[in-house]
Design a protein around this ligand. Structure first.
Ligand SMILES: *Cc1c(COP(=O)(O)O)cnc(C)c1O
Length: 470
């Protein structure tokens, strides 16, 4: 009886919304979520009232206060964050602006394990004393690359700088003119060399550098030869660079260090349309003293810079004071260890998202595109055109420069709205969707879309189309 009376004192949701608007307090939830949170607070109140856990004499105003207070408590938990999950419908697998490689399950689990509490990050459990953070991945990297030793830092830019500083500070480094690249984000090889304290000596021409060009540049001030993966461009036509082994032999015959910045770097072969990425193993076997590569490109882990190479060089780099400023954090290290384990167990192609996206076959992609289009069928009721189209995706992350990967996507042509404005609306949802816009069509390349993304995309398009009636 008493409970029923109390329940009658619950204000209508609209009344509560108005009450919230009158409160001089920023509400970051949109209308839909505000109503949802209010309904949750109301149903909690109902349950308590029915159990007799609320003072039965509460007046309507006090009931309202209770619900509003509860509303703010739940709203606090859903504060909008700036860093959001985004759906990648661009077809660029290792999209630097979208966070590069998605992590495999094992890496995510390893990150969770390490971040929840304490870990043996720099603690040797056997001796009960200080340990080394690099030890958690060094053995694995040695096994996988065939190198004598390995070291990990914050990113590959840091790895290159550390290697050059350690090997050639105050001395000359020889680099081919065809490899003086800018990777993006102001990472330019000439600048990195300068910052490391080494002196750049350019040899050869843009399209061709011969072994003799390197040889002629060697003098008593020379400390190293650096080879750099051209990453984001391809020189085609009359081109040439010395074989890797030839370059290493020349360096060693002159007591020079020889470094290879392979950029993305890969631990397993990757060849598409005749363009192959050099594997780290091949570079080590060719004789490079230090090979540097990224953790979050083809490797598929989080941000990290890896150095694999000869023990004498790696051990010396571990003593560089600069290393402290470049050190990898425990979460990235955890992601790296989890990812490397997939290579060690031979499961990289199946388990690492980037690899399954790169290897997705045309029939698989076509089926995925058809399934995605199926979710968007309703668009035609609004006069929007929907169809499956062929796409050309990119590996991204400085790998396979110039190679277009044939794939499939869904093309949507809106009616009475420009594709650009729809794309903008798609970027503004709770889970932003980033796609391609061509002429007046939106293209959703399905290669990098993850399980469940199609439903989120369809939901968002429905909201947009319903608000944009023809
Ligand atoms: C991407 C890249 C880098 C920079 O690597 P980060 O991990 O992004 O710091 C350096 N060198 C080459 C050749 C690259 O492709």
């Amino acid at each position: 009886m008493k409970a029923n009376e109390l329940l009658r004192r619950i204000p209508a949701v609209e009344q509560l919304v108005i009450h919230l608007q009158r409160q001089n307090r920023a509400n970051w939830l949109d209308h839909e979520n505000t109503v949802k949170a209010l309904r949750t607070a109301i149903s909690e109140f109902r349950q308590l009232a029915q159990r007799g856990d609320v003072e039965p004499t509460l007046a309507q105003e006090q009931v309202m206060e209770w619900i509003i207070r509860r509303y703010w408590e739940t709203a606090e938990l859903v504060v909008e964050q700036s860093l959001k999950k985004v759906i990648n419908a661009t077809g660029v697998v290792l999209h630097t602006n979208l966070g590069r490689a998605p992590l495999c399950v094992r890496a995510r689990q390893q990150v969770m394990t390490v971040m929840e509490g304490y870990s043996n990050l720099e603690y040797d459990l056997e001796s009960g004393g200080r340990g080394e953070r690099y030890s958690h991945v060094e053995k694995r990297l040695i096994e996988l690359t065939g190198a004598e030793a390995a070291l990990v830092v914050n990113n590959n830019a840091a790895a290159v700088m550390l290697a050059l500083g350690g090997v050639a500070r105050g001395k000359e480094v020889i680099v081919s003119r065809g490899e003086l690249v800018e990777i993006g984000g102001a990472f330019r090889i000439p600048d990195v060399i300068r910052q490391s304290g080494a002196v750049l000596v350019e040899v050869g021409a843009t399209n061709k550098t011969h072994i003799q060009d390197y040889e002629r540049a060697i003098n008593p001030a020379t400390a190293a030869i650096l080879k750099v993966h051209t990453s984001n461009f391809a020189v085609v036509g009359f081109t040439g660079q010395p074989e890797m082994a030839e370059l290493c032999q020349l360096a060693h015959a002159n007591n020079l260090a020889v470094i290879n910045d392979v950029g993305s770097g890969t631990l397993q072969p990757l060849e598409v349309q005749g363009t192959a990425e050099p594997t780290v193993q091949e570079c080590i076997a060719a004789g490079f003293d230090i090979v540097t590569f990224s953790g979050d490109k083809l490797l598929g882990a989080g941000q990290a810079g890896l150095l694999a190479g000869k023990k004498c060089y790696i051990e010396a780099l571990k003593k560089e004071p600069l290393l402290r400023a470049l050190r990898i954090d425990k979460l990235s290290l955890a992601a790296l260890e989890g990812t490397l384990t997939e290579y060690a167990t031979g499961a990289a192609n199946e388990m690492i998202p980037g690899w399954s996206m790169l290897h997705a076959s045309l029939p698989e992609l076509k089926e995925k595109a058809l399934k995605t289009m199926e979710c968007m069928r309703f668009l035609s009721d609004y006069g929007w055109r929907v169809g499956v189209v062929q796409t050309s995706s990119l590996a991204g992350g400085g790998s396979l420069p110039g190679v277009e990967l044939a794939g499939y996507g869904v093309e949507v042509v809106p009616l009475a709205a420009s594709a650009g404005s729809v794309a903008k609306q798609l970027r503004s949802g709770k889970t932003p969707i980033v796609c391609l816009v061509r002429d007046n069509a939106l293209i959703f390349d399905v290669r990098c879309m993850l399980s469940g993304d199609d439903a989120v995309l369809a939901d968002r398009l429905l909201q947009i189309v319903a608000g944009n009636p023809a």
